[in-house]
Write a protein that binds this ligand. Structure first.
Ligand code: HEM
Length: 358
């Protein structure tokens, strides 16, 4: 055990030295670091002075050794952007980094270790290897997107960018959708035929509409667009409010104008509501008493509750508990929409099956 531990520590040290060398040499490979730091109007004298001040005129190996020596004593130099010690900046970001590292490790342990165990012991069918590995990789990608999102709130602004928030939420939804899809595929299905030949396509459309609505919701939350125009059904005193395209170019209003973003989120909700209502009426009339018809009713009720939650969140000026219930409700709607969609394609054929005789 001790030998293994020492071996791992030695490996880690080797990786740190190798990485520091790569970064150090990489920085010099793209030119003299002084040129990156100097203002465009700096003179040759300014340049020479900075090079001498930073010791950039010494041979490269000497520069690396003096950097490594200071690093060993806990001095990583000063940040040129913030003009504070680099260690202070690293420590400031440490809690968020640790949170992310712990969450990512927990995810990989909870999902990855059992997956590997079941694959190695032959308990997972071959055709599921790729989809399950894909879900695992999406989880890793989500970790990176999460950091990209959080970092947008660490620099010039104190909140995160609405674009990155939306990307993060949509990726989370895709992982969730993939889990729901395969879970539903592996569970028992009824043999009842779909109510109409369009039912499966309509179910897919509803799932995509729910995902798009979630994307719009993330833009609303990211822009704090729910804190203004807190009336319903009218918005700013009208069904279709004015100044929806006040920013230029016009398309930017769909992403950056809180009024337009909130209005489009409302329109998206009305559209989903109408489609799930039609889906329910058609299913109940064409195939009453079937599992497909029952699912269409559940979906309608879930969207209705979600719309009521959204309207209440808006009218009450976004209290945290309601906003969270609305966000969680969106996942319930979306998860059910995915399971409903997969429900039309029958159970995934098994490579092996167990026949129980009595
Ligand atoms: C199927 C219907 C709906 C879905 C799936 C949905 C989905 C979402 C999601 C996922 C978010 C939050 C994203 C985040 O926090 O990152 C959100 C935010 C929001 N939604 Fe909806 N929504 C729906 C209907 C509505 C309706 C009808 C209204 C009001 C007219 C509404 C008002 C809001 C408001 C005000 C927020 C911002 C809350 C905040 O700032 O935290 N939503 N929506």
């Amino acid at each position: 055990m001790l030998g293994w531990l020492l071996q791992r520590v030695a490996q880690a040290l080797l990786v740190i030295v190798a990485m520091s060398l790569v970064v150090f040499l990489g920085m010099h490979a793209i030119g003299n670091p002084a040129d990156i730091l100097l203002a465009p109007d700096a003179t040759q004298a300014d340049r020479a002075e900075l090079i001498a001040q930073l010791g950039l005129d010494r041979p490269l190996w000497q520069q690396y050794l003096s950097f490594a020596g200071s690093a060993l004593q806990g001095d990583l130099g000063r940040s040129f952007v913030y003009n504070v010690p680099a260690v202070t900046l690293i420590l400031q970001r440490l809690p968020a980094t640790l949170e992310l590292a712990i969450a990512a490790t927990a995810f990989s342990v909870i999902f990855g270790v059992p997956l590997l165990f079941f694959v190695l012991t032959g308990r997972v069918e071959r055709k599921l290897w790729l989809p399950l590995a894909g879900i695992f990789l999406l989880g890793g990608l989500q970790g990176a997107i999460g950091w990209w999102m959080v970092s947008s709130g660490l620099e010039a602004r104190t909140d995160v960018s609405q674009y990155r928030l939306a990307t993060h939420l949509v990726t989370a939804c895709l992982i969730f959708a993939a889990c729901m899809w395969f879970m539903r595929a592996l569970s028992p299905h009824s043999n009842e035929p779909p109510p109409t030949r369009y039912s499966a396509k309509l179910a897919g459309l509803i799932a995509f509409m729910a995902l798009f609505q979630i994307y719009l919701g993330a833009l609303v939350a990211g822009l704090d667009a729910g804190l203004s125009y807190n009336t319903w059904p009218l918005m700013d005193g009208a069904v279709v409010p004015s100044d929806l395209f006040i920013q230029s170019p016009a398309w930017i209003n769909f992403f950056e104008n809180p009024k337009t973003v909130q209005f489009v989120h409302r329109l998206g909700a009305y559209a989903i509501f109408i489609v799930v209502a039609i889906n329910m009426i058609v299913s109940l009339r064409a195939a009453p008493q079937t599992t497909h018809a029952r699912r269409s009713v559940v979906l309608f009720v879930l969207v209705l509750i979600q719309a009521i939650l959204g309207i209440s969140t808006l009218l009450l000026h976004v209290p945290l508990d309601l906003a969270l219930a609305h966000q969680g409700g969106a996942l319930v709607v979306f998860g059910f929409a995915i399971a409903n969609w997969r429900g039309f394609y029958g159970e995934l054929p098994r490579q092996t099956s167990i026949v129980v005789r009595d």
